[in-house]
Design a protein around this ligand. Structure first.
Ligand code: ATP
Length: 310
């Protein structure tokens, strides 16, 4: 069981925010939701959390339809959508009680546990109007965790945080997942953060699903190679000429870092053909290894491919 989206589309009037998106958020993992501005990330999160109706398609949470079986579906879900907002004149404790609807001994024990873990137990009786952005984000995560959620959804949790706040939230998300096995879906523009915390990535571009899968597999599918040759300068000049003449299946200009050269090949190109060609031209490779792509490079190459650029 998991969060599943089937052929989800959402139109706001004539604006098509999401188009026929089908995906599964794998259970027990941390999945990053990425995409350029306006890609449809918030819309997807609002559809999953039942905040807006789909134009077509369905969302199922552990098999429960997020619209038709709203309560059963939402009972499994904790979410912090956009900026967590609280009643500024009430204490954090009061806010949690009102917003979660929780009460009783079991609930209070859970508040103690979750807020201790999130490092905000000592400010529970303070007015949230006096809270910093980081404290509000933690309180938002506490609210998402309180109902023993099986899934938590965080929309841009690093928004407005300073670098140390970003690191703290990153550690908290990882720790939440490690301690309780909660499934996390987190959207962010900070690709380096997503790369550090997520096992899985979903990428949207222009409302369409552009990539989804385990991060390692997606980044490992790059066709980038690092080579070492005895005469790097001469080889680099040869490769630059090949790039200018659109030969050797190069998909980007070669880059030289001292004695190493990094080459990007077209996705369908066979790397053996390149090494054979280099050998035929007098360059015997002493090292030839696939380079893994960073998430940022993956993001840029996928966005370019969708825009029809090379
Ligand atoms: P960002 O990264 O900038 O927050 P996003 O990926 O979260 O963007 P969405 O907010 O889901 O994207 O928006 C997708 C598209 O739908 C955008 O073109 C946006 O302008 C449009 N849109 C979103 N909400 C509405 C709305 N309520 N009415 C009309 N258009 C909307």
């Amino acid at each position: 069981m998991s969060i599943e989206c089937f052929n989800l589309s959402k139109h706001y009037g004539k604006k098509e925010a999401l188009n026929d998106v089908s995906l599964v958020i794998p259970e027990g993992r941390i999945t990053g939701l990425i995409g350029p501005n306006g890609a449809g990330k918030s819309t997807l999160i609002k559809l999953i959390t039942g905040l807006v109706y789909p134009t077509s398609g369905t969302v199922r949470i552990d098999g429960f339809d997020s619209m038709g079986q709203h309560l059963e579906a939402m009972n499994r879900l904790g979410a912090v959508v956009e900026w967590p907002s609280f009643y500024p004149d009430l204490s954090a404790r009061r806010n949690l009680a009102i917003l979660s609807g929780g009460y009783g001994r079991k609930y209070e024990a859970k508040v103690e546990e979750v807020t201790s873990f999130l490092g905000i137990r000592n400010v529970l009786d303070r007015r949230t109007g006096t809270f910093s952005t980081g404290m509000k984000q933690r309180l938002g995560i506490a609210l998402a965790l309180l109902p023993d959620s099986k899934y938590i959804i965080l929309d841009e949790p690093a928004n407005g945080l300073d670098p140390s706040g970003i690191v703290e939230i990153r550690d908290l998300i990882r720790e939440c997942n490690r301690r309780s096995g909660v499934t996390v879906l987190v959207s962010s523009h900070l690709l380096s953060e997503i790369e550090l915390i997520c096992d899985n990535v979903v990428m949207l571009v222009n409302g369409r699903l552009c990539a989804a899968g385990p991060l390692k597999e997606l980044l490992g599918s790059s066709n980038r190679y690092r080579i070492i040759v005895p005469e790097p300068d001469r080889c680099f000049a040869f490769l630059q000429r090949a790039w200018e003449e659109k030969r050797l299946f190069l998909s980007a200009p070669p880059q030289q870092f001292r004695e190493e050269i990094v080459l990007s090949l077209e996705r369908e190109a066979a790397p053996e053909a390149l090494s054979t060609e280099l050998f035929r031209n007098g360059f015997a490779l002493s090292h030839f290894a696939r380079e893994s792509e960073s998430l940022e490079e993956f993001f840029i190459s996928q966005s370019r491919t969708l825009r029809g650029e090379k």
